[in-house]
Design a protein around this ligand. Structure first.
Ligand code: X5A
Ligand code: ZN
Length: 635
């Protein structure tokens, strides 16, 4: 199993700076790197990462993307005086030069390629390259927007060439559109370029019409220039153009993402490409915010629990409108997007007031998260026998209950007192370990899922008063026995292969997923379009999954579920498993331990499951505003 997070940094890249008065470039300073690196040191993260040395990129590597003429021109800046540098810069937009910038640009690219090499040869699982100059605005024959060579674009071309990759995903979460990267891959279906960026109807730099949602790629690459994640592209490598200029207090982006947001973005992407992710620094100009964002990203890479995201509200009309438009133009290319009713929306809604309010709230609620000690990742297993647990697990002593007794009533529906007692005792010991933070998550093999869920709930009400919101995800066909109180303490999402009669409400969400052949499709679909959004908005303190190996759901899908749900409740997840198969237990435990998971390669889903999920989404969108997909018409 591949482990370890690479950190690539060299002080040399702080040795160039703006030498004349040029306000649009004044925010791109050497301290962006040095302050970020110090913060990583302060938080004890440098020593938890694997340091990989930088190198200079070769000319051949630069020429993978850029013209010889451009390279030669850049070289000449090494011997220029300030007046010449200034004149040279004036042929490009928003970029400055320095005698040492060519050297640093070669190191920035070399650092990026070192990271790709380390990840692809499995020396590390993932990693981040802290580099200057950034790259995503740079084009075939043009420097642009502080960027000289396009580090991430060249990394993709390099990975295709050296490792024969057929599918690479570039996620560009910088606040600016990486038009440079877009241009390189517009007709290339092997590189999916995803960018979100501030646009403001072309008022925001780089002010280009082609930064709009309507640019979807061309020729064979049509559909591969997108703004919507989570379709079934199944990449072999993920490159992040990691700009942090959308973060709170950034003087350039003027947005208000908290540093914790970046932990979640990172965590969500980590379930792709078997965990092979390279983050490469782009923008980010508020030194405090930048350095904390980088720490959050690195911590997520290391597998630390991701922090709660507080007060997620419904998307504002203007955001909804953008997403709606993106879906509309991409649904012909991506079947996943076809499940939602879609219409274009052109009206421009001004939500400045709301945004301002939100920014202020965030400033007051976001506290720096110093966490020098690695939290224990150990999963707790409560098992019959016959399974080798990795050392990283804490095995719960079955507390004098002979294992065959536990197993003996797995087929019975008896609520015998003795059995219930054993069940409760064992579950309690797992939960105690979780709540006392001795472990982060746990797994328990149980004879009856509903009994176990009840036991967990009663434990939480009586013994864990810090737990006020529990999310239970139950895969099974039995009706939940008691009707739920709608007080919000419990959110029960049930996926079943039978239609259930049970009362549905805001906090009880039944999803009927018909069996197709011997497999239950639609679980992944339900996860992305319903479960994760609602779960994020609910913000639980504990997540419980209850599933049976007999459910017929693809095991890889269940592992995705286990992995993605760890973005909630600071990773406090309890898996209850009925009828366990050893191989499934092993996979689930690996997923709980934060090991890379296998991608889901299943085909496209159609039909009934989509309708069922969509029906629930429509029912719930008023109560769970995050499920809205369209601007509500006010006229
Ligand atoms: C890498 C990056 C921004 C350039 C802004 C120029 N560039 N106005 O964030
Ligand atoms: Zn930027």
């Amino acid at each position: 199993m591949v482990s370890g997070t690479a950190l690539i940094y060299d002080e040399e890249m702080t040795r160039y700076r703006l030498l004349w008065d040029y306000p649009v470039c004044s925010i791109e300073v050497p301290e962006r790197l040095s302050v970020s690196y110090s913060e990583l040191q302060i938080q004890g993260l440098v020593e938890r990462c694997i340091s990989v040395p930088v190198r200079e990129a070769t000319e051949e590597e630069i020429l993978l993307a850029h013209s010889q003429d451009f390279l030669e021109a850049i070289k000449t800046t090494q011997n220029m005086d300030v007046e010449q540098l200034k004149a040279f810069a004036s042929q490009f937009q928003d970029v400055y030069f320095h005698q040492n910038i060519y050297h640093c640009a070669k190191l920035a690219l070399g650092a990026t390629l070192q990271l790709v090499d380390a990840v692809m040869t499995k020396k590390v699982r993932n990693g981040i390259a802290l580099v200057r100059p950034p790259g995503h605005h740079s084009q075939h024959s043009a420097a642009n927007g502080f960027c000289i060579f396009n580090n991430v674009a060249i990394a993709a071309l390099y990975a295709k060439k050296m490792f024969d990759l057929k599918r690479i995903l570039i996620v560009d979460w910088d606040i600016h559109h990486g038009q440079g990267t877009q241009y390189f891959f517009e007709d290339d279906p092997s590189v999916l370029y995803f960018s979100w960026h501030r646009y403001e109807n072309q008022e925001f730099w780089p002010n280009l019409p082609e930064s709009d949602y309507s640019t979807v790629g061309k020729g064979k690459g049509a559909g591969f220039n997108v703004n919507v994640p989570w379709n079934k592209f199944n990449p072999e490598l993920v490159l992040i153009s990691a700009g942090f200029d959308s973060a709170i207090n950034d003087p350039e982006g003027k947005m208000c993402a908290t540093p914790a947001c970046f932990a979640h973005l990172t965590h969500l992407l980590m379930s792709l490409a078997e965990g092979k992710i390279c983050a490469v620094l782009e923008g980010g100009y508020d030194l405090h915010s930048l350095s904390h964002c980088i720490c959050h990203t690195v911590k997520a890479f290391l597998g630390d629990p991701v922090p709660h995201l507080l007060n997620i509200s419904s998307p504002c009309d203007s955001a909804l409108e953008s997403i709606q438009n993106v879906r509309a133009v991409h649904q012909q290319h991506w079947a996943f997007l076809r499940s939602l009713p879609i219409s274009m929306k052109h009206q421009n809604v001004n939500d400045d007031k709301k945004l301002e309010q939100f920014c202020n709230e965030e400033i007051h609620t976001s506290s720096p998260n110093y966490c020098p000690l690695p939290p224990k990742r150990t999963a707790v297993a409560l098992l019959g026998e016959k399974i080798e647990l990795p050392d990283r697990c804490l095995k719960i002593n079955l507390d004098s209950v002979p294992s065959d007794e536990i197993w003996s009533f797995k087929d019975s529906t008896v609520e015998g007192q003795k059995d219930s007692l054993h069940l409760q005792k064992n579950l309690c010991s797992v939960m105690m370990k979780i709540f006392q933070k001795e472990v982060q998550n746990g797994l328990a093999a149980v004879p009856c899922l509903l009994e176990a869920i009840k036991a967990v709930l009663s434990f939480c009400t009586t013994c864990a008063n810090s737990v006020s919101r529990i999310l239970v995800l139950y895969l099974g066909d039995k009706d939940y026995p008691v009707s739920l109180e709608d007080d919000g303490n419990l959110l029960l999402i049930q996926m079943s292969t039978k239609k259930l009669k049970g009362r549905e409400s805001k906090y009880h969400i039944p999803i009927f997923l018909p069996k197709e052949g011997n497999n239950v499709k639609g679980v992944l679909h339900a996860l992305f379009s319903l479960i994760l959004p609602v779960a994020y908005m609910y913000n639980p303190d504990l997540v419980v999954t209850a599933l049976s190996c007999q459910s017929g759901v693809d095991k890889k899908i269940l592992n995705q579920l286990t992995s993605l749900l760890q973005g909630l409740a600071e990773g406090q997840l309890l898996c209850l498993i009925h009828d366990p198969e050893v191989s499934f237990l092993e996979d689930t435990i690996c997923s709980l331990l934060g090991d890379p998971i296998l991608p889901v390669t299943d085909g496209v889903l159609q039909g009934e499951a989509i309708q069922e999920v969509e029906q629930q989404r429509q029912r719930l969108q008023e109560q769970w505003g995050i499920l809205k997909t369209q601007v509500t018409r006010t006229e």
